[in-house]
Design a protein around this ligand. Structure first.
Ligand code: GDP
Length: 450
Protein backbone atom coordinates (compact mmCIF):
# COMPACT_ATOMS: atom_id res chain seq x y z
CA UNK A 1 0.00 0.00 0.00
CA UNK A 2 1.00 3.62 -0.55
CA UNK A 3 3.92 2.78 -2.87
CA UNK A 4 3.42 5.59 -5.36
CA UNK A 5 2.55 8.15 -2.71
CA UNK A 6 5.63 7.14 -0.83
CA UNK A 7 7.97 7.72 -3.72
CA UNK A 8 6.33 11.03 -4.67
CA UNK A 9 6.55 12.40 -1.17
CA UNK A 10 10.08 11.27 -0.57
CA UNK A 11 11.06 13.24 -3.69
CA UNK A 12 9.30 16.35 -2.45
CA UNK A 13 10.72 16.24 1.04
CA UNK A 14 14.10 15.01 -0.01
CA UNK A 15 14.51 18.27 -1.92
CA UNK A 16 13.09 20.32 0.92
CA UNK A 17 15.21 18.94 3.74
CA UNK A 18 18.46 19.39 1.87
CA UNK A 19 18.03 23.14 1.85
CA UNK A 20 19.26 25.35 4.62
CA UNK A 21 16.70 28.10 4.54
CA UNK A 22 13.15 27.88 3.30
CA UNK A 23 11.09 30.66 1.83
CA UNK A 24 7.35 30.68 1.93
CA UNK A 25 7.45 30.00 -1.82
CA UNK A 26 9.43 26.80 -1.21
CA UNK A 27 6.81 25.58 1.21
CA UNK A 28 4.00 26.51 -1.19
CA UNK A 29 5.67 24.64 -4.03
CA UNK A 30 6.18 21.58 -1.87
CA UNK A 31 2.59 21.66 -0.73
CA UNK A 32 1.37 21.84 -4.32
CA UNK A 33 3.24 18.63 -5.00
CA UNK A 34 1.87 17.02 -1.83
CA UNK A 35 -1.61 17.93 -3.00
CA UNK A 36 -1.12 16.30 -6.39
CA UNK A 37 0.44 13.22 -4.80
CA UNK A 38 -2.50 12.77 -2.44
CA UNK A 39 -5.03 13.19 -5.22
CA UNK A 40 -3.18 10.63 -7.31
CA UNK A 41 -3.36 8.28 -4.35
CA UNK A 42 -7.16 8.64 -4.64
CA UNK A 43 -7.64 10.56 -1.42
CA UNK A 44 -10.96 12.41 -1.29
CA UNK A 45 -10.64 16.02 -2.46
CA UNK A 46 -12.06 17.71 0.68
CA UNK A 47 -9.66 15.67 2.78
CA UNK A 48 -6.71 16.73 0.64
CA UNK A 49 -7.69 20.40 0.78
CA UNK A 50 -8.10 20.32 4.51
CA UNK A 51 -4.80 18.51 4.96
CA UNK A 52 -2.78 20.93 2.83
CA UNK A 53 -4.36 23.91 4.54
CA UNK A 54 -3.52 22.65 7.98
CA UNK A 55 0.06 21.95 7.06
CA UNK A 56 0.38 25.40 5.51
CA UNK A 57 -1.05 27.11 8.60
CA UNK A 58 1.37 25.32 10.85
CA UNK A 59 4.40 25.64 8.58
CA UNK A 60 4.01 29.38 8.22
CA UNK A 61 4.91 31.18 11.38
CA UNK A 62 6.49 28.15 12.97
CA UNK A 63 9.48 29.04 14.97
CA UNK A 64 12.40 27.02 13.76
CA UNK A 65 14.03 24.94 16.43
CA UNK A 66 17.72 25.09 16.90
CA UNK A 67 19.61 22.16 15.36
CA UNK A 68 17.02 21.31 12.74
CA UNK A 69 16.46 22.81 9.32
CA UNK A 70 13.17 24.40 8.31
CA UNK A 71 12.66 21.61 5.80
CA UNK A 72 13.01 19.04 8.51
CA UNK A 73 10.49 20.88 10.55
CA UNK A 74 8.02 20.87 7.65
CA UNK A 75 8.45 17.11 7.37
CA UNK A 76 7.55 16.82 11.02
CA UNK A 77 4.43 18.92 10.53
CA UNK A 78 3.37 16.83 7.54
CA UNK A 79 4.00 13.69 9.56
CA UNK A 80 1.89 14.90 12.47
CA UNK A 81 -0.94 15.92 10.19
CA UNK A 82 -0.80 12.56 8.42
CA UNK A 83 -1.10 10.78 11.76
CA UNK A 84 -4.07 13.00 12.57
CA UNK A 85 -5.67 12.30 9.21
CA UNK A 86 -5.24 8.56 9.72
CA UNK A 87 -6.93 8.67 13.08
CA UNK A 88 -4.51 10.16 15.59
CA UNK A 89 -1.89 8.51 17.73
CA UNK A 90 -3.93 5.69 19.13
CA UNK A 91 -3.10 3.61 22.13
CA UNK A 92 -3.61 0.34 20.32
CA UNK A 93 -1.80 -2.68 21.60
CA UNK A 94 0.53 -4.48 19.30
CA UNK A 95 -0.69 -7.98 19.53
CA UNK A 96 -4.41 -7.82 19.94
CA UNK A 97 -7.34 -6.66 17.87
CA UNK A 98 -7.67 -3.22 19.46
CA UNK A 99 -11.40 -3.91 19.81
CA UNK A 100 -13.35 -2.54 22.73
CA UNK A 101 -14.60 -5.58 24.60
CA UNK A 102 -15.15 -3.90 27.94
CA UNK A 103 -18.62 -5.21 28.71
CA UNK A 104 -20.21 -8.15 30.44
CA UNK A 105 -19.52 -11.29 28.44
CA UNK A 106 -20.56 -12.51 26.04
CA UNK A 107 -19.66 -9.26 24.25
CA UNK A 108 -21.45 -8.97 20.90
CA UNK A 109 -19.38 -7.74 17.97
CA UNK A 110 -21.18 -7.28 14.66
CA UNK A 111 -19.58 -7.24 11.22
CA UNK A 112 -21.34 -5.40 8.44
CA UNK A 113 -20.50 -4.58 4.83
CA UNK A 114 -21.13 -5.41 1.22
CA UNK A 115 -20.97 -8.89 -0.19
CA UNK A 116 -17.49 -9.88 -1.25
CA UNK A 117 -15.83 -7.24 0.90
CA UNK A 118 -14.16 -9.96 2.96
CA UNK A 119 -16.60 -9.97 5.85
CA UNK A 120 -16.67 -13.68 6.54
CA UNK A 121 -12.91 -14.02 6.13
CA UNK A 122 -12.34 -11.11 8.50
CA UNK A 123 -14.72 -12.65 11.01
CA UNK A 124 -12.53 -15.77 11.05
CA UNK A 125 -9.32 -13.72 11.27
CA UNK A 126 -10.62 -11.68 14.19
CA UNK A 127 -11.80 -14.83 15.96
CA UNK A 128 -8.37 -16.41 15.62
CA UNK A 129 -6.65 -13.34 16.94
CA UNK A 130 -9.01 -12.99 19.90
CA UNK A 131 -8.52 -16.65 20.70
CA UNK A 132 -4.75 -16.82 20.29
CA UNK A 133 -3.60 -13.43 21.46
CA UNK A 134 -6.28 -12.20 23.81
CA UNK A 135 -7.20 -15.62 25.23
CA UNK A 136 -10.88 -15.15 24.50
CA UNK A 137 -13.43 -17.88 24.05
CA UNK A 138 -15.15 -16.92 20.81
CA UNK A 139 -18.41 -17.98 19.20
CA UNK A 140 -19.13 -17.07 15.57
CA UNK A 141 -22.57 -16.95 13.98
CA UNK A 142 -23.56 -16.22 10.39
CA UNK A 143 -26.75 -14.22 9.99
CA UNK A 144 -26.63 -14.50 6.22
CA UNK A 145 -29.73 -16.47 5.32
CA UNK A 146 -29.87 -15.31 1.71
CA UNK A 147 -26.72 -16.74 0.27
CA UNK A 148 -27.33 -20.49 0.59
CA UNK A 149 -23.77 -21.46 1.42
CA UNK A 150 -22.93 -18.51 3.67
CA UNK A 151 -23.63 -20.23 6.99
CA UNK A 152 -21.74 -23.33 5.87
CA UNK A 153 -18.83 -21.16 4.76
CA UNK A 154 -18.50 -19.78 8.27
CA UNK A 155 -18.80 -23.26 9.78
CA UNK A 156 -15.93 -24.49 7.60
CA UNK A 157 -13.88 -21.44 8.48
CA UNK A 158 -14.58 -22.12 12.15
CA UNK A 159 -13.27 -25.63 11.81
CA UNK A 160 -10.10 -24.42 10.13
CA UNK A 161 -9.61 -21.78 12.76
CA UNK A 162 -10.52 -23.92 15.73
CA UNK A 163 -13.29 -21.51 16.66
CA UNK A 164 -16.84 -22.55 17.58
CA UNK A 165 -19.74 -21.62 15.32
CA UNK A 166 -23.40 -21.53 16.21
CA UNK A 167 -25.22 -24.68 14.97
CA UNK A 168 -27.28 -23.91 11.88
CA UNK A 169 -31.08 -24.03 12.16
CA UNK A 170 -32.53 -23.93 8.63
CA UNK A 171 -35.11 -21.21 7.99
CA UNK A 172 -34.30 -19.18 11.09
CA UNK A 173 -34.40 -15.40 10.46
CA UNK A 174 -31.32 -13.19 11.19
CA UNK A 175 -32.58 -11.52 14.36
CA UNK A 176 -33.51 -14.88 15.86
CA UNK A 177 -30.08 -16.27 15.00
CA UNK A 178 -28.43 -13.27 16.67
CA UNK A 179 -30.51 -13.72 19.82
CA UNK A 180 -29.81 -17.45 19.91
CA UNK A 181 -26.10 -16.74 19.51
CA UNK A 182 -26.19 -14.44 22.53
CA UNK A 183 -28.12 -16.95 24.64
CA UNK A 184 -25.76 -19.75 23.67
CA UNK A 185 -22.83 -17.46 24.37
CA UNK A 186 -24.13 -16.73 27.86
CA UNK A 187 -25.05 -20.34 28.66
CA UNK A 188 -21.79 -21.80 27.43
CA UNK A 189 -19.48 -19.17 28.84
CA UNK A 190 -18.20 -17.44 25.71
CA UNK A 191 -16.36 -14.13 26.03
CA UNK A 192 -17.16 -12.76 22.59
CA UNK A 193 -19.88 -13.46 20.03
CA UNK A 194 -18.98 -12.45 16.47
CA UNK A 195 -22.01 -11.85 14.27
CA UNK A 196 -21.36 -12.04 10.54
CA UNK A 197 -24.30 -10.22 8.92
CA UNK A 198 -25.51 -10.64 5.36
CA UNK A 199 -24.10 -8.49 2.59
CA UNK A 200 -25.52 -7.25 -0.69
CA UNK A 201 -23.82 -6.29 -3.88
CA UNK A 202 -24.80 -2.68 -3.28
CA UNK A 203 -26.28 -0.75 -0.44
CA UNK A 204 -30.04 -1.15 -0.31
CA UNK A 205 -32.74 -0.32 2.16
CA UNK A 206 -33.59 -3.95 2.96
CA UNK A 207 -29.98 -4.64 3.95
CA UNK A 208 -29.80 -1.56 6.16
CA UNK A 209 -33.12 -2.37 7.81
CA UNK A 210 -32.00 -5.92 8.54
CA UNK A 211 -28.71 -4.79 10.04
CA UNK A 212 -30.45 -2.10 12.10
CA UNK A 213 -32.87 -4.71 13.44
CA UNK A 214 -30.08 -7.00 14.52
CA UNK A 215 -28.30 -4.08 16.14
CA UNK A 216 -31.42 -3.24 18.15
CA UNK A 217 -31.78 -6.86 19.22
CA UNK A 218 -28.24 -7.46 20.53
CA UNK A 219 -26.78 -3.95 20.99
CA UNK A 220 -23.28 -4.82 19.78
CA UNK A 221 -20.31 -3.37 21.64
CA UNK A 222 -18.53 -2.95 18.32
CA UNK A 223 -20.04 -2.65 14.87
CA UNK A 224 -17.24 -3.17 12.40
CA UNK A 225 -17.66 -2.12 8.81
CA UNK A 226 -15.67 -4.35 6.51
CA UNK A 227 -14.60 -2.55 3.33
CA UNK A 228 -12.46 -3.50 0.38
CA UNK A 229 -9.49 -1.15 0.05
CA UNK A 230 -9.17 -1.91 -3.66
CA UNK A 231 -12.47 -0.12 -4.31
CA UNK A 232 -10.92 3.19 -3.19
CA UNK A 233 -13.39 6.00 -2.63
CA UNK A 234 -16.32 3.59 -3.04
CA UNK A 235 -15.18 1.91 0.15
CA UNK A 236 -15.28 5.26 1.90
CA UNK A 237 -18.78 5.99 0.57
CA UNK A 238 -20.01 2.58 1.69
CA UNK A 239 -18.57 3.18 5.15
CA UNK A 240 -20.22 6.54 5.36
CA UNK A 241 -23.61 5.13 4.33
CA UNK A 242 -23.40 2.34 6.91
CA UNK A 243 -22.27 4.74 9.57
CA UNK A 244 -25.17 7.08 8.93
CA UNK A 245 -27.73 4.32 8.87
CA UNK A 246 -26.60 1.84 11.51
CA UNK A 247 -23.69 3.49 13.30
CA UNK A 248 -20.23 2.02 12.95
CA UNK A 249 -17.59 1.90 15.68
CA UNK A 250 -14.63 0.95 13.53
CA UNK A 251 -13.46 -0.14 10.13
CA UNK A 252 -11.76 -3.27 8.93
CA UNK A 253 -10.05 -2.50 5.64
CA UNK A 254 -9.44 -5.63 3.55
CA UNK A 255 -7.31 -6.43 0.49
CA UNK A 256 -4.77 -3.90 1.58
CA UNK A 257 -2.20 -6.34 0.16
CA UNK A 258 -3.46 -5.55 -3.35
CA UNK A 259 -4.01 -1.82 -2.90
CA UNK A 260 -1.11 0.24 -4.17
CA UNK A 261 -2.69 3.66 -3.81
CA UNK A 262 -4.11 3.65 -0.32
CA UNK A 263 -6.78 6.30 -0.94
CA UNK A 264 -9.43 4.51 1.11
CA UNK A 265 -7.10 4.11 4.06
CA UNK A 266 -6.15 7.77 3.88
CA UNK A 267 -9.63 9.27 3.62
CA UNK A 268 -11.61 6.83 5.73
CA UNK A 269 -11.16 8.52 9.07
CA UNK A 270 -11.55 12.06 7.83
CA UNK A 271 -14.73 11.33 5.88
CA UNK A 272 -16.51 8.93 8.22
CA UNK A 273 -15.08 10.06 11.55
CA UNK A 274 -14.57 6.40 12.41
CA UNK A 275 -11.17 4.81 12.98
CA UNK A 276 -9.66 2.03 10.95
CA UNK A 277 -9.03 -0.70 13.49
CA UNK A 278 -7.70 -3.59 11.46
CA UNK A 279 -6.20 -4.30 8.06
CA UNK A 280 -6.71 -7.45 6.02
CA UNK A 281 -3.48 -8.20 4.21
CA UNK A 282 -4.12 -11.55 2.55
CA UNK A 283 -6.45 -14.51 2.27
CA UNK A 284 -4.98 -16.59 5.08
CA UNK A 285 -6.45 -16.55 8.57
CA UNK A 286 -3.42 -14.87 10.10
CA UNK A 287 -3.29 -12.11 7.48
CA UNK A 288 -4.63 -9.41 9.78
CA UNK A 289 -2.79 -6.40 11.16
CA UNK A 290 -3.55 -3.78 13.78
CA UNK A 291 -3.73 -0.29 12.32
CA UNK A 292 -1.26 2.20 13.76
CA UNK A 293 -1.63 5.71 12.30
CA UNK A 294 1.85 6.76 13.45
CA UNK A 295 3.55 3.76 11.86
CA UNK A 296 1.59 4.11 8.66
CA UNK A 297 2.48 7.80 8.45
CA UNK A 298 6.15 7.12 8.91
CA UNK A 299 5.96 4.35 6.31
CA UNK A 300 4.34 6.75 3.83
CA UNK A 301 6.85 9.51 4.44
CA UNK A 302 9.80 7.21 4.89
CA UNK A 303 11.35 9.88 7.07
CA UNK A 304 11.16 8.46 10.55
CA UNK A 305 14.68 9.67 11.35
CA UNK A 306 13.85 13.28 10.67
CA UNK A 307 10.64 13.11 12.64
CA UNK A 308 12.40 11.81 15.72
CA UNK A 309 15.22 14.33 15.26
CA UNK A 310 12.74 17.20 15.41
CA UNK A 311 10.95 15.65 18.36
CA UNK A 312 14.23 15.37 20.22
CA UNK A 313 15.17 18.96 19.43
CA UNK A 314 11.84 20.19 20.78
CA UNK A 315 12.24 18.10 23.90
CA UNK A 316 15.76 19.40 24.49
CA UNK A 317 14.60 22.98 24.42
CA UNK A 318 11.76 22.31 26.81
CA UNK A 319 14.12 20.47 29.09
CA UNK A 320 16.69 23.29 28.99
CA UNK A 321 14.10 25.90 29.92
CA UNK A 322 12.68 23.79 32.69
CA UNK A 323 16.16 23.12 34.02
CA UNK A 324 16.97 26.83 34.10
CA UNK A 325 13.84 27.47 36.07
CA UNK A 326 14.55 24.57 38.37
CA UNK A 327 18.01 25.98 39.12
CA UNK A 328 16.45 29.32 40.05
CA UNK A 329 14.02 27.58 42.28
CA UNK A 330 16.77 25.77 44.08
CA UNK A 331 18.37 29.08 44.88
CA UNK A 332 15.01 30.37 45.98
CA UNK A 333 15.12 33.16 43.43
CA UNK A 334 12.21 33.88 41.22
CA UNK A 335 11.50 37.46 40.29
CA UNK A 336 9.30 39.33 37.87
CA UNK A 337 12.00 39.11 35.20
CA UNK A 338 11.70 35.36 35.35
CA UNK A 339 7.98 35.63 35.17
CA UNK A 340 8.21 37.89 32.12
CA UNK A 341 10.62 35.50 30.49
CA UNK A 342 8.25 32.62 31.13
CA UNK A 343 5.39 34.61 29.66
CA UNK A 344 7.43 35.49 26.57
CA UNK A 345 8.47 31.90 26.14
CA UNK A 346 4.82 31.05 26.34
CA UNK A 347 3.76 33.36 23.54
CA UNK A 348 6.71 32.21 21.42
CA UNK A 349 5.69 28.63 21.83
CA UNK A 350 2.29 29.58 20.58
CA UNK A 351 0.04 28.80 23.45
CA UNK A 352 -0.73 28.92 27.08
CA UNK A 353 -1.53 25.27 27.37
CA UNK A 354 2.07 24.52 26.44
CA UNK A 355 3.50 26.61 29.23
CA UNK A 356 1.11 25.16 31.72
CA UNK A 357 3.09 21.99 31.33
CA UNK A 358 6.34 23.82 31.97
CA UNK A 359 5.26 25.84 34.96
CA UNK A 360 5.52 24.00 38.19
CA UNK A 361 1.89 23.57 38.93
CA UNK A 362 -0.46 20.91 40.04
CA UNK A 363 -3.48 20.17 37.89
CA UNK A 364 -5.50 22.13 40.44
CA UNK A 365 -3.48 25.26 39.77
CA UNK A 366 -3.76 24.72 36.06
CA UNK A 367 -7.50 24.50 36.48
CA UNK A 368 -7.44 27.75 38.44
CA UNK A 369 -5.60 29.40 35.56
CA UNK A 370 -8.27 28.15 33.22
CA UNK A 371 -11.03 29.40 35.51
CA UNK A 372 -9.32 32.76 35.70
CA UNK A 373 -9.61 32.91 31.90
CA UNK A 374 -5.95 33.57 31.38
CA UNK A 375 -5.60 33.71 27.65
CA UNK A 376 -2.91 34.72 25.23
CA UNK A 377 -4.10 38.29 24.86
CA UNK A 378 -3.94 38.71 28.56
CA UNK A 379 -0.45 37.26 28.60
CA UNK A 380 0.69 40.00 26.22
CA UNK A 381 -0.78 42.64 28.52
CA UNK A 382 1.00 41.09 31.46
CA UNK A 383 4.29 41.23 29.61
CA UNK A 384 3.60 44.91 28.89
CA UNK A 385 2.98 45.53 32.58
CA UNK A 386 6.24 43.94 33.63
CA UNK A 387 8.09 45.85 30.89
CA UNK A 388 6.85 49.12 32.34
CA UNK A 389 8.50 48.42 35.66
CA UNK A 390 11.98 49.53 36.61
CA UNK A 391 14.69 46.92 37.08
CA UNK A 392 14.51 47.48 40.81
CA UNK A 393 10.75 46.98 40.85
CA UNK A 394 11.08 43.77 38.93
CA UNK A 395 13.57 42.36 41.39
CA UNK A 396 11.84 43.68 44.52
CA UNK A 397 8.13 43.85 43.79
CA UNK A 398 7.41 44.75 47.40
CA UNK A 399 8.39 48.37 46.63
CA UNK A 400 5.55 48.74 44.15
CA UNK A 401 3.07 50.85 46.10
CA UNK A 402 0.01 52.76 44.91
CA UNK A 403 1.67 55.58 42.96
CA UNK A 404 4.03 53.19 41.22
CA UNK A 405 1.09 50.99 40.30
CA UNK A 406 -0.59 53.98 38.65
CA UNK A 407 2.54 54.82 36.71
CA UNK A 408 2.99 51.21 35.57
CA UNK A 409 -0.64 50.94 34.48
CA UNK A 410 -0.36 54.15 32.48
CA UNK A 411 2.97 53.13 30.98
CA UNK A 412 1.69 49.75 29.82
CA UNK A 413 -1.69 50.97 28.65
CA UNK A 414 -3.45 48.81 31.20
CA UNK A 415 -5.30 49.54 34.44
CA UNK A 416 -4.39 49.52 38.11
CA UNK A 417 -6.62 46.49 38.82
CA UNK A 418 -4.72 44.61 36.12
CA UNK A 419 -1.40 45.56 37.68
CA UNK A 420 -2.71 44.46 41.07
CA UNK A 421 -3.83 41.19 39.64
CA UNK A 422 -0.45 40.52 38.08
CA UNK A 423 1.34 41.27 41.34
CA UNK A 424 -1.03 38.99 43.16
CA UNK A 425 -0.34 36.25 40.63
CA UNK A 426 3.36 36.75 41.07
CA UNK A 427 3.00 36.51 44.84
CA UNK A 428 0.99 33.31 44.50
CA UNK A 429 3.53 31.87 42.08
CA UNK A 430 6.41 32.74 44.41
CA UNK A 431 4.63 31.10 47.30
CA UNK A 432 4.00 28.03 45.27
CA UNK A 433 7.63 27.94 44.13
CA UNK A 434 8.78 28.08 47.72
CA UNK A 435 6.54 25.16 48.50
CA UNK A 436 7.87 23.24 45.56
CA UNK A 437 11.39 24.08 46.64
CA UNK A 438 10.76 22.63 50.07
CA UNK A 439 9.62 19.41 48.53
CA UNK A 440 13.05 19.08 47.00
CA UNK A 441 13.92 17.32 43.79
CA UNK A 442 11.34 14.63 44.15
CA UNK A 443 8.76 17.29 44.69
CA UNK A 444 9.80 19.01 41.48
CA UNK A 445 9.21 15.88 39.54
CA UNK A 446 5.82 15.51 41.14
CA UNK A 447 4.96 19.09 40.32
CA UNK A 448 5.58 18.45 36.65
CA UNK A 449 9.20 19.50 36.24
CA UNK A 450 11.82 17.13 34.94
P1 GDP B 1 -17.83 -11.65 2.19
O1 GDP B 1 -18.78 -11.90 1.09
O2 GDP B 1 -17.78 -10.21 2.54
O3 GDP B 1 -18.07 -12.49 3.39
O4 GDP B 1 -16.36 -11.97 1.62
P2 GDP B 1 -15.44 -13.22 1.86
O5 GDP B 1 -14.95 -13.22 3.24
O6 GDP B 1 -16.13 -14.44 1.37
O7 GDP B 1 -14.19 -12.84 0.96
C1 GDP B 1 -14.28 -12.74 -0.46
C2 GDP B 1 -12.92 -13.07 -1.05
O8 GDP B 1 -11.94 -12.12 -0.65
C3 GDP B 1 -12.37 -14.41 -0.61
O9 GDP B 1 -11.80 -15.05 -1.71
C4 GDP B 1 -11.29 -14.03 0.39
O10 GDP B 1 -10.25 -14.98 0.45
C5 GDP B 1 -10.79 -12.72 -0.13
N1 GDP B 1 -10.22 -11.86 0.90
C6 GDP B 1 -10.77 -11.45 2.07
N2 GDP B 1 -9.95 -10.63 2.74
C7 GDP B 1 -8.82 -10.50 1.99
C8 GDP B 1 -7.58 -9.77 2.14
O11 GDP B 1 -7.34 -9.04 3.13
N3 GDP B 1 -6.67 -9.88 1.14
C9 GDP B 1 -6.91 -10.65 0.04
N4 GDP B 1 -5.96 -10.70 -0.89
N5 GDP B 1 -8.04 -11.33 -0.12
C10 GDP B 1 -9.01 -11.28 0.82
Amino acid sequence: MFESLQSRLSDVFGKLTRRGALSEADVQAALREVRVALLEADVALPVVKDFVERVRDKAVGQEVLRSVTPGQQVVKIVNDELVEMLGGAGAQGDSGTGLDLAATPPVPVMLVGLQGSGKTTSCGKIAVRLKDRERKKVLMASLDVRRPAAQQQLAVLGQQAGVATLPIVPGEPPVAIARRAMTTGALEGYDVVLLDTAGRLAIDEALMAEVAEVREAVKPRETLLVADAMTGQDAVNVAQAFNERVGVTGIVLTRVDGDARGGAALSMRAVTGRPIKLLGVGEKLDALEAFHPDRVASRILGMGDIVSLVERAAETIEAEEAEKLARKLEKGKFDLDDMAQQLRQLTKMGGLSQLMNLLPGTPKIQQQMKNAKIDDKMVKRQIAIISSMTAQERRHPEVIKASRRQRIAAGSGTSVPEVNKLLKQFADASKMMKRVQKLGKKGLARAGLP
